[in-house]
Design a protein. Structure first.
Lengths: 478, 145
């Protein structure tokens, strides 16, 4: 129980959003592609991936390698092979229906109304062609259709195929509960085995059925019968129940009218739950599984120094972070994803000690900070100031014994320096770099630089950083 | 007897003139120009290897540690009264020693010395101040090998 509470307390709000969002995306993919070949192939790929993980865990080198290769190219295969399905799913829907629309309303093709209409047309000996597209795109084979987008009703179907209607010779295409096109011209079949009494209407139905996976209902004007063409099959259907079964099978609907939409909702609910469980499992395996440690050396970014202050010195420029997480996450960490920022807005003039806490460290999601070394950073802040200092030569080495360096004049005599007030206050002289005496034998001059100590001290831009020394050498009086 | 009031008036006037002149004399009283010039003045300051015949010898800005000691010589003229000065010896910016030296009027020369050690190598300065701490002069030199 306590472990469960510890686990729940370690779950961040980002984790909840992460799992929920990913679950919804997976659920929408299922929803958009359900019943299509793409979905079946996706499930197949998921099974392949799962098999590959099992093969890896069992140490089956060649098998895991082979499955991994197949899985890797599977995504590419899906796009190439099922481009029509993917296009039809994405093209047929607006953004709303892709993101949160529920298609089951439009999916409810009124099969009974269509059957009633077909047999009513047959009884009245009115010829008709009604197309029910499958997964294939009909655009390339069907021509001259007039967009309609009217709701399916018996009266509407009867009026479309009424003798005096200008579009009665063409086919009506029904998708979902709507007649999307009327007066469509279908490709004619060149089959030899069709009965000789079949006219153009029947040949058109057979032509479309051969070219695509669509189902076509043909109502014969001469004989008053109803036939169905799908693929190479062409059958006269005498009974309404038989036609209903064929249509339902083609549309992927249950053979018996079910308590719709309750069962649909239940099915979607199960799909949503399965999506959630799947994503939660993936999340858990990524974030909790395979506990791995790593150590990174990350530079400290000092931010928000108060106006007028500057950083004089820091005890460290980088800290060592011990991180943990799942193997996959830890391996994927790049140093630029990890930041250590120290807010100096509360710093005061002089030495400050800052603790490095979780708030100062930004990590990729799922990665946990174990320790920081060092846990504190000393930062010395100061207010920059300018000061004019006399210059003094820092002689080193040894002058010849019979000589004395009687005088040394420097130019300029004073230099302006910039540095932290605390440091500059304690300095009363600025020294040149070390000037060796060993080579000095007579009066002369030389130019030298300045030694800035501490290094944070800077020569003011308006001062010369080179010093000319004019020295006088005399003989020693014994 | 008739002339007595005039004598009395004359005596009063004389007293008035005397008192006024006394008042003026008091108002104008101050140091004489000769006394004002009596201000401590540093006329010579030098770093040297030693003092011979009350004068510095081998004045220099660089001294080898091997000579053993270095001296700071100062000479004042005039010295208005008995007083003292300080010679503050700094190794880099750190005060190494502060030496108090007495002066006698009307003029006086004095010096202080330090023994040299290995650790004394580097740039030095001696700040000469009066007894009030006012800086009179700065001498800069180096101790080398």
């Amino acid at each position: 129980m306590s472990e469960l509470l510890i686990f729940l307390s370690s779950v961040r709000w980002q984790d909840l959003v992460d799992v929920t969002l990913s679950s919804y995306i997976l659920f929408r993919l299922y929803f958009l592609f359900r019943g299509t070949h793409v979905f079946r192939v996706l499930i197949g790929i998921a099974l392949l991936w799962f098999s590959q993980r099992i093969a890896v865990s069992l140490g089956l080198i060649v098998t895991s390698w082979g499955i991994q290769g197949i899985t890797a190219v599977a995504a590419f295969i899906i796009i190439v092979v099922f481009r029509n399905e993917i296009r039809s799913v994405l093209q047929a829907k607006n953004l709303k229906s892709i993101l949160w629309g529920f298609r089951y309303v439009s999916m409810s093709t009124p099969v009974e109304r269509i059957i009633e209409s077909a047999y009513e047309l047959a009884r009245k000996k009115i010829g008709a062609l009604i197309v029910f597209p499958g997964k294939d795109d009909l655009e390339e084979v069907v021509h001259s259709g007039i967009p309609w987008r009217g709701l399916v009703s018996k009266e509407m179907i009867l009026s479309i195929f009424w003798h005096d209607n200008p579009v009665h010779d063409g086919a009506a295409i029904i998708q979902g509960d709507r007649i999307i096109e009327v007066g469509a011209i279908l490709p004619l079949s060149r089959r030899e085995d069709l009965p000789s009494y079949y006219g153009t209407r029947h040949r058109a139905a057979a032509g479309l059925a051969e070219a695509t996976d669509a189902l076509v209902i043909i109502v014969s004007e001469e004989r008053g019968d109803v036939a169905v063409a799908k693929g190479a099959e062409f059958d006269v259907v005498g009974r309404k129940e038989e036609l209903a079964r064929i249509l339902r099978h083609h549309m992927g609907l249950p053979l018996v009218e079910e308590g719709y939409p309750k069962k649909q909702i239940l099915r979607l609910g199960i799909a949503a739950l399965a999506s959630f469980l799947f994503i939660a499992g993936v999340w858990f395996s990524f974030t909790r599984g395979m506990y791995t440690l790593t150590t990174l050396e990350i530079p400290v970014e000092y931010t928000d120094v108060m106006a007028g202050m500057e950083i004089l010195d820091t005890s460290v420029n980088a800290v060592r972070l011990d991180l943990s997480g799942s193997g996959a996450l830890v391996k994927s960490i790049r140093p630029e994803q990890v930041k250590v920022r120290l807010d100096l807005s509360k710093g005061v003039v002089g030495p400050n000690t800052f603790n490095i806490t979780h708030e100062n460290i930004s990590l990729p999601p799922g990665v946990v900070l174990k320790t920081v070394e060092p846990p504190t950073v000393e930062v010395t802040l100061d207010v920059p100031m300018k000061k004019e200092l006399p210059v003094q030569v820092d002689w080193v080495g040894k002058l010849r014994k019979d000589l004395i360096l009687a005088e040394a004049k420097v130019s300029p005599k004073r230099i302006r320096v910039v540095g932290g007030a605390q440091i500059v206050d304690g300095i009363s002289t600025i020294y040149t770099e070390k000037v060796p005496l060993d080579n000095i034998h007579e009066t002369g001059a030389m130019t030298v630089g300045l030694a800035l100590n501490p290094a944070s001290l800077q020569i003011s831009p308006d001062s010369d950083d080179r010093i000319t020394i004019k020295y006088t050498v005399k003989k020693r009086v014994e | 007897m008739k002339r007595k009031p005039f004598a009395y008036l004359f005596a009063v006037l004389c007293l008035g003139v005397f008192l006024y002149s006394q008042a003026l004399a008091e108002k104008n009283e101050g140091p004489s120009p000769a006394v004002a010039d009596e201000k401590l003045t540093l006329v010579q300051a030098a770093m040297c290897e030693g003092i011979k015949d009350y004068n510095p010898y081998n004045e220099a800005v660089v001294f080898s540690r091997t000579i053993g000691k270095v001296s700071c010589f100062t000479s004042f003229d005039p010295v208005p009264e008995k007083m003292f000065i300080y010679q503050n010896w700094f190794h880099r910016d750190r005060l190494s020693t502060k030496i108090k030296l007495f002066l006698q009027p009307p003029r006086w020369s004095t010096f202080s010395s330090i023994q040299l050690r290995e650790a004394d190598k580097g740039p030095w300065r001696v700040e000469v101040t009066d007894q009030g701490g006012n800086l009179l002069h700065v001498l800069r030199f180096s101790i080398t090998d």
